[in-house]
Design a protein around this ligand. Structure first.
Ligand code: OOB
Length: 566
């Protein structure tokens, strides 16, 4: 037996199975790194330092208001938040998580989310941002790809049987030869036991990967987005400047807090950077949100278009007290030009359109843009050094005003996914531009108008669903010969998911496909809104593009009011 090494302050007390080191990622070339540093975009600050610095600097101010996993209302000062983060870090260390280990966080909007994420960053472990709506399929993919040491959930908060879910994930991982993660349920944490601990600040380089974000997904395989301390903190600081975040900012978070938009655009991190207050809502309904706005004098909120719609309709009916609200950000999916003016006229707040992606580029309308620009464009990029190209099918630049595919590279846009060389070949040009998959028009002012999409994805009110993945799961049903997932225009969601299936000859049309897909362990938001069974799908030629054409054709037919069958 090998004798145990003496315990260092960071050494795990009960070793878990050792994990692979963080995989190397394709980063920025040396010339770009030097330039971003010289321009002052990238600094030496790491997230561990960020946590220590801001929680000390704003110690007495209220940092976060929200429920914990048991439903108890919490109100933490910055000093409390620092203590809670350090206590969480110590818990992960005691579990055997090592610095550099990946930890999948699948928490709802509870205060433990901030303790966990800031704690992991403070400790030097690498959070992987899953969503609470992710299930067996996605959690297995993330844990396998990240080789995760732990999976963090709040069993008390969301009515999901996490023990069973974890067992299912563990089973699938074991089959694939991957050691399953340890399940961590934050409901069991005693938040009153947050004694300051003395963990040393990890000696990390700000150019290293700090965490992994999720990509919206365009294929059956998930992609993880490696974001570094330096690039992400630059986008946070610059976003906070553009959006005018100050210590007086009170931000309500109704979207899932792990998403890049409420996290960093300017999001929770932008608010914590400036000493403002974060209010976490457990459910996104206007009723709950309006209560928080009135009680906490909320000044700003980030919404996806369907929620903006819901807020506007509810505010018309209920006339809530939204007097404190000055800014409503809308992004994640295209906001209808007709709804945009109602943010001011009904909610009484300034609209800011936000067009962003977890891979990097974020574009904002600015406070001094004319109303028409705010209402009809998706803004312009954060950084003067965001390079934007709008190109045709041959990657030739098109003139301003013409539609084309958006390519981008810059100080906070990744150059490669995590452990996904195959995806990198499709997603990046040889000179490092990210192919966003979005179709846009660029105006001479630099503002972008999102006009469509090239990628095989449905954007269901801001939630991204890869058509290929959904189709592949539908095909595992024995009664399904072929399946096509279609994003059908929807006045509320922007797009809804319709699954068009052709039944196996001689078999009955498959009953309850949504239930079947749920049973397969797919995230709730990927379950089709409707299933249409057809005798025969319209003929197409084989190949990727014609599959895309088939989806477009079906979307048109399903959207046409007269058409009942495709
Ligand atoms: C945000 O990030 P993701 O990674 O969930 O999705 C990115 C994609 C974009 O490529 C685009 O297709 C779509 O979502 N999108 C929009 C949009 N904002 C995002 N499409 C039209 N209009 C918009 N305003 O969704 C995200 C990340 C950071 C900030 C805001 C949104």
């Amino acid at each position: 037996m090998t004798p145990l090494a003496p315990r260092s302050p960071l050494a795990p007390r009960s070793p878990l199975a050792p994990r692979s080191p963080l995989a190397p990622v394709r980063g920025w070339p040396a010339e770009a790194r030097a330039r971003y540093r010289d321009l002052g975009y990238w600094t030496d600050e790491t997230f561990a330092v960020f946590v220590e610095d801001r929680t000390a600097r704003f110690a007495a101010r209220v940092a976060v208001v929200g429920q914990d996993a048991r439903g108890v209302e919490r109100r933490w000062t910055y000093a409390d938040l620092g203590d809670q983060a350090r206590a969480a870090a110590a818990r992960f260390r005691d579990l055997g998580v090592a610095p550099g280990d990946r930890v999948v966080v699948a928490l709802p909007n509870v205060v433990e989310f901030l303790a966990t994420v800031l704690g992991l960053l403070r400790y030097g472990a690498v959070p992987v941002f899953a969503l609470p709506s992710h299930r067996e399929v996605e959690l297995t993919q993330f844990c396998a790809l990240a080789d995760a040491a732990a999976l963090v959930v709040a069993a008390g908060a969301d009515g999901v049987d996490h023990a069973a879910l974890h067992a299912a994930v563990a089973g699938r991982l074991t089959e694939r030869g991957v050691v399953p993660p340890r399940l961590v349920d934050v409901t069991a944490w005693d938040l009153t036991q947050a004694a300051p601990s003395v963990l040393p600040v990890p000696d990390a380089d700000a150019g290293q990967v700090a965490f992994l974000q999720l990509s919206g997904g365009t294929t059956g395989v998930s992609k993880l987005i490696p974001r570094t301390h330096a690039d992400y903190l630059y986008s946070v600081r610059a976003s906070a400047d553009i959006c005018g975040v100050t210590a007086a900012t009170v931000m309500l978070v109704v979207l899932p807090v792990a998403h890049n938009f409420p996290m960093s655009s300017p999001g929770v991190l932008g608010v914590l950077d400036r000493g403002g207050r974060v209010v976490l809502a457990r459910d996104p309904s206007p009723r709950t949100a309006f209560r928080h706005v009135a009680a906490e004098r909320v000044t700003t909120v980030a919404l996806v278009p369907p929620l903006a719609h819901a807020w506007i309709s509810a505010a018309r009916r209920r006339r809530p007290d939204l007097g404190s609200l000055t800014d409503v950000q809308v992004g994640g999916a295209r906001l209808a030009d007709t709804v945009a003016p109602e943010v001011r006229s009904v909610l009484g707040a300034r609209l800011q359109q936000v067009f962003g992606m977890a891979e990097g580029l974020v574009s904002y309308t600015r406070a001094d843009d004319p109303d028409l620009v705010v209402e009809t464009t998706q803004g312009r990029p954060i950084s003067p050094d965001d390079e934007v190209r709008v190109v045709d099918a041959d990657d030739i630049d098109v003139p301003d005003g013409s539609e084309g595919a958006l390519l981008t590279r810059g100080p906070y846009t990744i150059r490669g996914y995590y452990r996904s060389e195959h995806a990198d070949r499709d997603s990046f040009t040889a000179d490092g531009f990210y192919r966003t998959g979005d179709l846009v028009r660029r105006l001479p002012s630099g503002h972008l108008v999102v006009t469509g999409r090239l990628k095989d994805q449905i954007n269901r009110g801001g939630e991204k669903v890869a058509t290929e993945e959904l189709e592949a799961f539908a095909l595992t049903h024995p009664g399904v010969l072929d399946a096509v997932a279609v994003g059908v225009p929807d006045p509320y969601l922007g797009e809804r998911i319709v699954l068009v299936v052709q039944a196996e000859t001689g078999r009955d049309a498959p009953a309850d496909l949504p239930g079947f897909l749920r049973g397969q362990g797919l995230a709730t938001y990927k379950i089709p809104d409707a299933v249409v069974v057809v005798d025969e799908l319209p003929a197409t030629h084989v190949g990727k593009n014609s599959r895309r054409e088939l989806r477009a054709l079906l979307a048109d037919r399903l959207a046409a009011p007269a058409a009942s069958a495709p």
